[in-house]
Design a protein around this ligand. Structure first.
Ligand code: NAG
Ligand code: NAG
Ligand code: NAG
Ligand code: NAG
Ligand code: NAG
Length: 506
């Protein structure tokens, strides 16, 4: 915990943070950079007006930052590169699920500090021992899903928290998944930043670049269809604050709710047991890349590597492969979309408006010391106010990697939504889309039009061993030909239109 805090403070001193969503691992990593490598970034300046401006003022953390020191974790095999085929048992004592609950008091949630005390530097609670255990081979809550692996043969992985190399056999095989898909030849952006890349920002609408103006396509999931419904998600884990501490998982269980966890591949191999816990508790698991880099700034092969390794990590630990993904920082354009869809993953964003307003709790800003908990909660209250004016429901950005953001969620924001008048219904994102649970994983998905596919594509090779594992929609039993569709629906900004129709400018 202390390390996190130190890292945060030192990053603050570099005064770079003003802007994008922060992946705390990068805050960590940045501390290890020569200071000029960060400080030399251009200072935040207002964006030129052409397309709608983004509220972003600085580039997201650079890719390629050094791997952070291993966190105190269950297995942390992850040092790079790990020895091949290191086998990690699912957890010490096999046996039925043992609900934990010793320290600290659970959220609402009595362990949560007063809102006014939630800020960078707040006292942290001790990390309790891992006590929730699942039997290897246990049956997951998704109908038809394979049983949990009996032992986690974690195998060999690319360095954590860096864009994976593209010359591996796996990445070259995954590249074949793009065959038959029309991946637009858009040049990578400069650091995924609207402000650093005025040339691409000027074409943000035509390239469907979310970062600059919130452009989305019909293939993006951007909201829950039903009014007053909040699609709840937590990014950047698997995190001890969701699973070990059980704050998030227990809170959601107590309220009979589920959420979507967008997980980072580097964290998955570091904390596989926590991912298992989230999945076994009935929550939805989705891909959030390997290194949490801005995807539009990467080459096509690098994007394939980011998605492919994360997909493989989740499959290795859970036995299932997500059919959805969320781009870090929301940084997506038509090239990233086409690659994601070709690899069998539908993008999930958060609700956004054309003027740059975002359904973002700013919890990451609290963890970065930029705002305090009260500010973040006030932001959230305005989101709820705005949400009542939407025709649809909404999706909000929240994080589970920091204790601070988890305290805000289980102590305040989730309660505020449940107690709001009119009342909000909280659901995981796939659930709020009314997808059958099986659609969320290739191995259980029987829907031939989700994810969107192409008749000429060869299918998905999750392991990267050269064998096609599945064509989505066949529930994992691949046949030689599968009929699919066609084209990525044309650009609209669903949320933008909904908001504009109401005259709302966020
Ligand atoms: C983009 O990020 C890299 C670090 O990854 C940095 O060296 C470079 O200066 C950044 N580019 C701009 C234009 O700021
Ligand atoms: C939170 O920050 C705001 C300024 O953004 C300040 O007015 C307020 O007093 C702070 N609240 C607490 C509890 O520190
Ligand atoms: C599907 O394949 C056809 C033929 O290769 C191509 O013209 C089309 O653009 C592809 N669709 C997508 C969504 O990539
Ligand atoms: C909508 O959100 C903005 C901040 O993003 C806030 O200023 C405004 O008051 C909100 N509107 C409502 C009706 O809550
Ligand atoms: C299959 O997927 C499509 C596209 O997402 C969706 O409209 C349809 O409702 C899904 N059908 C089922 C049975 O899940």
């Amino acid at each position: 915990m202390k390390l996190h805090t130190l890292a945060l403070i030192s990053v603050l001193q570099l005064s770079l943070i003003a802007a994008e969503k922060i992946n705390p691992r990068h805050l960590h990593a940045k501390r290890q950079l020569p200071s000029n490598s960060v400080a030399s970034s251009p200072p935040p300046t207002p964006a030129p007006p052409p397309p709608a401006t983004s509220s972003s003022a600085a580039p997201p953390p650079p890719p390629g930052t050094p791997a952070p020191p291993p966190a105190a974790t269950t297995t942390s095999p992850a040092a790079v590169p790990p020895s091949p085929s290191s086998v990690v048992s699912v957890d010490p004592s096999p046996g039925v699920t043992t609900p934990l609950n010793t320290v600290p008091p659970l959220a609402t949630f009595t362990g949560v500090p007063p809102l006014a005390d939630i800020s960078l530097g707040m006292a942290t609670r001790p990390v309790p021992p891992v006590t929730a255990v699942f039997t290897p081979g246990a049956t997951p809550p998704i109908s038809g899903a394979p049983v949990l692996p009996t032992a986690l043969a974690l195998g060999t992985w690319p360095p954590q928290d860096r864009v994976p190399p593209t010359d591996s056999a796996e990445v070259q095989r995954w590249m074949k998944e793009l065959d038959g898909f029309n991946v637009p030849a858009l040049s990578p952006t400069i650091n995924g930043s609207c402000l650093l890349d005025p040339a691409n920002a000027a074409n943000a609408a035509s390239r469907g670049w979310w970062t600059c103006g919130g452009y989305t396509r019909d293939t993006d999931i951007t909201a829950c269809p039903d009014k007053y419904t909040w699609g709840v998600s937590f990014d950047d884990g698997p995190s001890p604050y969701s699973a070990w501490f059980q704050y998030v998982i227990d809170y959601l269980a107590e309220k009979d709710l589920s959420a979507t966890f967008f997980v980072v591949g580097s964290r998955v191999i570091e904390r596989p047991n926590l991912l298992i816990e989230e999945y076994m508790a009935g929550h939805e698991i989705s891909v959030h890349t390997w290194s949490h880099s801005p995807l539009t700034s990467l080459t096509t092969e690098q994007i394939v590597a980011e998605l492919g390794w994360t997909r493989k990590a989740i499959k290795t630990v859970l036995g299932v492969t997500p059919t959805t993904m969320r781009p870090p920082y929301g940084d997506i354009d038509d090239r990233v979309r086409a690659i994601s869809l070709a690899m069998g993953m539908v993008p999930i964003m958060w609700t956004n408006s054309p003027s740059g307003g975002k359904f973002d709790t700013n919890d990451w800003r609290v963890a970065g010391g930029l705002v305090n908990g009260t500010d973040s909660f006030n932001t959230f209250q305005s989101i709820l106010g705005n949400a009542t004016l939407l025709d649809t429901g909404f999706i909000v950005l929240q994080h589970d990697l920091f204790e601070i953001s988890v305290d805000l969620a289980v102590g305040y924001t989730l309660n505020a939504a449940l107690n709001h008048q009119p009342k909000f219904t909280l659901k995981a994102i796939g659930e709020c889309q009314k997808f059958p649970a099986g659609n969320l994983y290739l191995e259980t998905n029987k829907n031939e039009t989700f994810p969107f596919r192409n008749s000429t594509s060869g299918g998905v090779d999750v392991s990267g061993d050269g064998t096609i594992d599945t064509k989505s929609g066949d529930g994992g039993s691949t046949t030689a030909s599968a009929g699919f569709i066609n084209s990525i629906p044309f650009l609209t900004s669903v949320t933008a239109i909904a908001l504009a129709a109401m005259g709302i400018s966020l």
